[in-house]
Design a protein around this ligand. Structure first.
Ligand code: ADQ
Length: 472
């Protein structure tokens, strides 16, 4: 990399990604169910949770008089239903025991690892299963109570797989859709689950089950066929981000100035390598750090030239696999800095923190090489956020083939992160890529994300869900 990225100030003009139009979206009221409500408790009242999903769905709920059903995120906390910013919110109780057994236990220590290629051993506990059933029943009861006649109910993610059939039994008038944010595993792995038939039957209560990738939909099709002897209505609906929001956050002098300050604080390196993930073993952070370490060890990369920044958001700290992963990452960071750091210039800057959007975006603008190398990921929004914020048209995305985003973002440097040699090669390719190729690839990546934002995703899923009942 020989040219000076920091001096490159030409930026794409920011125009709205898509006019705010509603297409064939439902005339029926929409009710959303997700493990978490779209708000969290703040010092005074409630604050909206960040994220494209919330921004995409709230206008729909507001316009249709619909409701969002979910947990506040705190144990034993179930306030009366309330309205926030024009949207009806219906809290569902999760007790302290259920946080352990339903949330940390069944959802995040049974289903999460199994659905992510069994990257870690799952726990199979009948007490956890009983809590999962109880919470799913509570969600189904709440939905049956709040859903208006003939409403559309859109259920999100692996925490709530039993809800569709439980709800269908109580309310046959409803249109029920489900979206998996995480992968759905191949039948060989799914069959390990002692409660596989109950879960498949729970999902089969839907009119439409949506997945991130076609392969996930096909996996579920096989499971339905083998366990239930029937076909399911499935489709792939790759989720995206709120392009306008991210572009607006990235535009303007404040972001550029912040990014320049970051670069100065990093010691004006020629190349900043960046990783931003939840601290989850599926994200491949330790494999990425080892690849960087080995490139420093053999002198392929030098700290006079490169620096790495890894931001890891605290997550699921009550689950042991996460505690182990954190220890491993922090051990690696300290080994790398111990051997390769210089006074005042660590080889890797590590933050175990969640960052506000303006800082995150400035960091994306500082990262010359973005390393998104999960071992398995439903989609991965960080990859889409990175290219969307690169209004300067520069930057290289290294992207795992095992992230759903790889289906769309084919102009990234694609890599198999299970192959340590390939990971090393991909990093070197990205670091050495010439300016012409960087800009050509980034232009295509930005086009790909702009072509389909989170609103398009929600509109498409709901339109296809409503279409399914015409065949009923
Ligand atoms: P996640 O596994 O949480 O989501 P991802 O898609 O990468 O993964 O989304 C993470 C979000 O958190 C991004 O919006 C990112 O900006 C934000 N984030 C990450 N680190 C942060 C930090 N340190 N500070 C602040 N924000 C941070 C699940 C699935 C994914 C799928 C999404 C959406 O696992 O595969 O893409 O749902 O369907």
């Amino acid at each position: 990399m020989t040219d000076d990225r920091a001096n490159d100030t030409a930026e794409f003009a920011v125009v709205p990604a898509r006019p705010p139009q509603r297409r064939s979206v439902p005339t029926r009221p929409v009710v959303v169910a997700a493990n978490r409500l779209p708000v969290t408790r703040a010092q005074h009242g409630w604050a909206p949770s960040p994220g494209g999903l919330v921004r995409a769905l709230l206008p729909l709920l507001r316009a249709s008089g619909g409701t969002w059903v979910g947990w506040t995120g705190e144990a034993d906390d179930a306030p009366e239903p309330f309205t926030h910013d024009g949207v009806n919110l219906h809290p569902v109780l999760v007790t302290a025991d259920e946080v352990q057994d339903y949330y940390e236990g069944f959802a995040n220590d049974t289903l999460w690892p199994l659905y992510h290629d069994a990257l870690r051993d799952s726990t199979y506990s009948s007490a956890h299963w009983a809590a999962y059933q109880a919470v799913n029943q509570r969600f189904a009861d709440a939905l049956a109570e709040v859903a208006p006649d003939q409403a559309i109910v859109w259920i999100h993610d692996y925490h709530l797989q039993l809800v569709p059939q439980l709800l269908r039994d109580k309310r046959p008038d409803l249109v029920i859709g489900f979206f998996f944010h995480i992968p759905f595993p191949p039948v060989e792995l799914f069959m390990r689950l002692p409660w596989r038939t109950e879960i498949a039957a729970g999902l089969a209560g839907c009119d439409l089950v949506g997945f991130q990738r076609a392969i996930n939909a096909a996996n579920f099709g096989v499971v339905c066929d083998e366990l239930l002897g029937r076909r399911a209505n499935v489709g792939s609906y790759p989720i995206s981000i709120d392009v306008s929001e991210l572009e607006a956050a990235a535009a303007g002098r404040a972001t550029r100035q912040r990014s320049n300050r970051y670069r100065t604080r990093l010691g004006e390196p020629e190349v900043v390598l960046l990783g931003v993930d939840r601290l989850d073993y599926t994200k491949g952070i330790s494999q990425r750090l080892r690849a960087y370490q080995s490139l420093l060890d053999d002198g392929t990369l030098e700290t006079e030239r490169c620096v790495m920044v890894q931001v890891a958001t605290p997550t699921r700290e009550g689950v042991e696999h996460y505690q182990v992963e954190r220890r491993e990452i922090e051990q690696l960071v300290s080994e790398i800095n111990g051997v390769h750091g210089r006074l005042g210039y660590p080889a890797i800057h590590y933050l175990y923190q969640s960052l506000p959007l303006d800082e995150l975006v400035a960091l994306y603008r500082t990262g010359d090489v973005m390393l998104v190398t999960p071992l398995r990921d439903g989609m991965n929004l960080v990859a889409k956020e990175y290219v969307t914020t690169r209004l300067d048209g520069d930057g290289v995305l290294v992207l795992s083939e095992f992230a759903g985003a790889a289906d769309e973002l084919t102009d990234a440097v694609l890599v198999n992160p299970h192959d340590s040699g390939a990971l090393r090669d991909a990093i070197v390719t990205a670091v050495e890529m010439n300016r012409h190729e960087r800009r050509a690839r980034m232009a295509k990546l930005r086009e790909d994300v702009r072509a389909s934002d989170v609103q398009t995703w929600a509109d498409r899923f709901l339109a296809e869900l409503v279409a399914t009942i015409e065949d009923r």
